[in-house]
Every structure is written in structure tokens, then in C-alpha cells.
Design a protein around this ligand. Structure first.
Ligand code: GDP
Length: 452
């Protein structure tokens, strides 16, 4: 029987390994709940002072030291979750961290669910929903620009914009609701208060925020690019050329070695997730088939198909066959590579089936044309201070704008006008989580890793 601390913590104390699996200099087990001092004492024999590092031996139930490390204690409410939090900084080995975690579970904690720490931070008002999402976006950021904008959102830049809009919306609502009680004077009253001017200014600001959020969404999701073309046409060379001086971050999206996903690189900070169709061949190998199926499901998400051909030969039958299999929606770019061998200048031409770019992956001539075309398709225009945003936010902003438009179409019917404003407030409030259903929270936090 594991010995229990004098006061067993409430069953909703959670614990998890917070650092990534594998070997590391240090590894962290995090515990969150109420009244955690008894747990700290049972584990280390010490009473840690708030927010200071204490060197301690972490002891197993039989008293033997599992590891020696630093103990940090953040009493509620001044912690990430808003509850008591303990951080056990031990050595970064898989087994030692598991032993440390198991000891915390013995002492009354339970294993945290994915995203549960951040969920508690949200529920305890330490973060709003947009900030909580920025936590995972910062962790998952695949370019420095995406990381910077996630950090901005995490610090509340996006949330402040949304709250400023909400304040103005609430003011306008208050005005309109007040008028409903005095029907005789309503129009004069609203005109005097410039209600319609306010509505129009709100719409203009909302449109500007939606535009910035769209850029943030691009940084978060990136552009999914499918690269098609025959062997030796220069696909690898083009990838290197596109990555340029910037580090080509190779983060294969999927797991098995035979997957043909090439990885992620960036152009002006926009992640380009490039998938190579070269591996899409007939096969009986089961594992390879799984890889290919996964690649196809990635291709379904493609925003752009880049077909690479040799500038000396142009588009051949095999290329046309690949194109015929690809989904029809993505934008298309045909790249004629090796213009240095064909003796042609770099050039961009418009066509019925998308742009055609002439370039040389080897010399780099014309690569800028391709980069510009990709950014144009993405809808990217360099904007200062982009904050990270998600599809969910864009939808909420679009809904809010829709209600504001309907409101301005119903100026004469005050009841409808008021109702549209009410719904606009609801849609906008969903971004920061002022109105959020449980299933939405489940969906958002379920995508986190355990320990976050
Ligand atoms: P992949 O099989 O499509 O990935 O093609 P690679 O990128 O491996 O290129 C095949 C060969 O073509 C290599 O020897 C490259 O150096 C060469 N190559 C690629 N792009 C160019 C180019 O623009 N000009 C010239 N002259 N050679 C190129």
C-alpha cells in the first residue's frame, strides 16, 4: 500500500510529464490541484516556499530517492492553472520521469487528460479561449513568424482587439435597447447618439480585424502544396531553391519512413507543407500502401498543385495523368524548370489553368516568381503585428460581420436591429470564450498534448 500524505488532495489533482518524450537534460512533471503542500512534503520531506526553486530528493514510497532535482511551488491563484501547481524538475529520462509521475499518482493525483492544464487555466480565468489556443499554436509553430504571432496572441493582443470590438458593440446595444422602451422618440434619439455612424465604424474595424486574422490563419495553417512531376525534373532542387537561405525545416507530417511527405519550408514566414507525389505508385507493400493512403488524404487538403516539367519538353502524358488524378479544387501552377538548359528567360505567364512559371532551380533565376505566385494564391500580404488565428475565429468574425450587415439593413425595424446586434455579440464573444459550449472546449483542448 502506498503511503498517503496526511491530507489526501482532492481527487481532481492532476499530474503529467510536461516535457517531450525522449532523453533530455531535464524533464518536468507538473501537478495541479488544490492544497498541494502535503503532496510536496510526502514527496520530498520539505515545505517549499512559494515561487522559489528548492533542491530536493524526490522519494519513492519506501523512502528511497527516485531522483534529485528542483521543486517549484506556485500557490493558487498565482500559477498557470490558477490552482496550486508543483513542478518537479528531474533528469530527462523516460523511466525516471515515469517513476516520478507514478509516485505523484500514488500520492493522490490522477493522470491529466490532453490539454487539461490549459483547460483549467481557461476555466479559472487565467487565459481566455483565444489565448489558450495560442498556447498550442506556439508549440506547433513551424516558422519563426508563426511562433511570433502565436506569442502575440498568447499575450492577449488578439483578445484585446476582440474585447475592444465587443465593448463598442455592447455600447451600441445598450443604446438601442434603451430606445426600445421609448418608441416615440426612437429614431431621433438614435440619430442624436450617432448609432448608425457607430455601426458603420464598427463594421469597418471588424473588417480590418478579420483581414489581420486571415493573415494569422495563414501563418497558423500554412499553405498545402502538392509537388508533381517526373523523376529528375528537379523537385528536390526546387525545394532547396524555395527554402533559400532560410532553414528548410523538415518536419514530416506523417510517421512511417516510406511516407512521401517532404516536409515544411517557409516563404516569408508562411509555412509551405510540401507533399511529393513521386511516391504515389502502385504497390503491394502494405506499409507503403498506408503511407500512400495518408499522402492522398493530405493531398485532399491541398491548396496548390505545382506541376514541374522540363522546360525543354513541356507537359507530357505522364504529367497529365497525375494531374487528372488530383482533386480539381486546388490552384495550379505549372513550372518549366531548367530554363538555363533550354536557353529561356525567367517568366510568368497567365493561363486558363493557372499561371506558368519559367525558372531554373539550379541557378535560382525565376524562383522569386514562384514564391510570389504561391504567396498570391495564399492571399498573403505582409502586415505588421499579425496575431495567430484559426478557422474557428475567421468563421466567428464572418458571422459577426453578417449580423452587423443585417442590422444595418433593418435600421427601420428597431426590434430586428437590436436582435441582430445581440447575435453579433454572441458570435464575437465565442472567440474569447465568453459564450462557449462544452463540446467546443472538448474539441479545442482535446488536440493538446498530455502535460500541457
Ligand atoms: P527530382 O528527382 O525531381 O527531385 O530532381 P533533382 O532535383 O534531384 O534533379 C535532378 C537533376 O537535375 C540533378 O542533377 C539536378 O542538379 C538537375 N537540375 C535540377 N534543376 C536544374 C536546373 O534548373 N538546371 C540544371 N541545369 N539542372 C537542374
Amino acid at each position: 500500500m502506498a503511503e498517503r500524505p496526511p491530507t489526501t488532495p482532492r481527487p481532481d489533482t492532476i499530474a503529467a510529464i510536461a516535457t517531450a518524450p525522449g532523453r533530455g537534460g531535464i524533464g518536468v512533471v507538473r501537478v495541479s490541484g488544490r492544497g498541494l503542500l502535503p503532496l510536496a512534503q510526502a514527496l520530498t520531506g520539505k515545505t517549499p516556499p512559494p515561487r522559489a526553486a528548492t533542491l530536493a530528493g524526490f522519494r519513492a514510497g519506501d523512502g528511497e530517492v527516485i531522483d534529485t532535482g528542483l521543486l517549484l511551488y506556485f500557490p493558487a491563484p498565482h500559477s498557470f492553472t490558477g490552482e496550486d501547481v508543483l513542478e518537479l524538475h528531474g533528469h530527462g529520462g523516460t523511466i525516471v520521469l515515469q517513476m516520478l509521475l507514478a509516485r505523484c499518482l500514488d500520492l493522490g493525483a490522477r493522470l491529466a487528460e490532453p490539454g487539461e492544464f490549459t483547460r483549467r487555466a481557461f476555466l479559472n480565468g487565467k487565459l481566455d479561449l483565444a489565448q489558450a489556443e495560442a498556447v498550442i499554436d506556439l508549440i506547433d509553430a513551424s516558422t519563426t513568424a508563426a511562433a511570433r504571432s502565436a506569442a502575440r496572441s498568447l499575450q492577449g493582443e488578439f483578445s484585446r482587439e476582440i474585447r475592444a470590438l465587443l465593448d463598442q458593440l455592447v455600447e451600441l446595444r445598450a443604446l438601442v435597447e434603451a430606445t426600445l422602451d421609448f418608441p416615440d422618440e426612437e429614431i431621433d434619439f438614435l440619430e442624436a447618439a450617432d448609432a448608425f455612424g457607430r455601426l458603420e465604424r464598427l463594421r469597418a474595424k471588424m473588417t480590418a480585424v478579420a483581414e489581420r486574422a486571415k493573415q494569422g490563419r495563414l501563418l497558423q495553417g500554412g499553405l498545402h502544396v502538392v509537388l508533381a512531376g517526373q523523376p529528375n525534373v528537379g523537385k528536390s532542387s526546387l525545394l532547396n531553391g524555395l527554402a533559400g537561405d532560410e532553414l528548410a525545416i523538415v518536419t514530416p507530417v506523417a510517421g512511417t519512413t516510406r511516407d512521401v511527405v517532404r516536409g515544411t519550408l517557409q516563404v516569408e514566414g508562411i509555412p509551405l507543407h510540401v507533399i511529393d507525389t513521386a511516391g504515389l505508385r502502385e504497390t503491394r507493400d502494405e506499409i507503403e500502401r498506408i503511407g500512400i493512403a495518408r499522402t492522398w488524404s493530405e493531398i485532399e487538403k491541398a491548396d496548390v498543385v505545382v506541376l514541374l516539367v522540363d522546360a525543354r519538353q513541356g507537359v507530357g502524358e505522364a504529367d497529365a495523368a497525375i494531374l487528372a488524378q488530383l482533386p480539381p479544387e486546388p490552384a495550379r501552377i505549372t513550372v518549366h524548370n531548367k530554363i538555363d538548359l533550354a536557353g529561356k528567360p525567367p517568366e510568368r505567364r497567365d493561363g486558363a489553368d493557372g499561371a506558368t512559371i519559367f525558372l531554373s532551380a539550379k541557378s535560382g533565376d525565376g524562383i522569386d516568381l514562384l514564391q510570389r505566385e504561391l504567396l498570391r494564391i495564399a492571399g498573403w500580404h505582409p502586415t505588421e503585428h499579425v496575431f495567430i488565428a484559426r478557422e474557428r475565429h475567421l468563421r466567428a468574425l464572418a458571422e459577426t460581420l453578417g449580423h452587423l450587415e443585417s442590422a444595418s439593413a433593418h435600421l427601420a425595424q428597431l426590434e430586428l436591429f437590436a436582435e441582430e446586434l445581440r447575435m453579433a455579440q454572441r458570435s464575437l464573444g465565442a472567440i474569447t470564450g465568453e459564450f462557449s459550449a462544452d463540446d467546443l472546449l472538448g474539441e479545442i483542448f482535446g488536440r493538446f498534448c498530455i502535460g500541457k
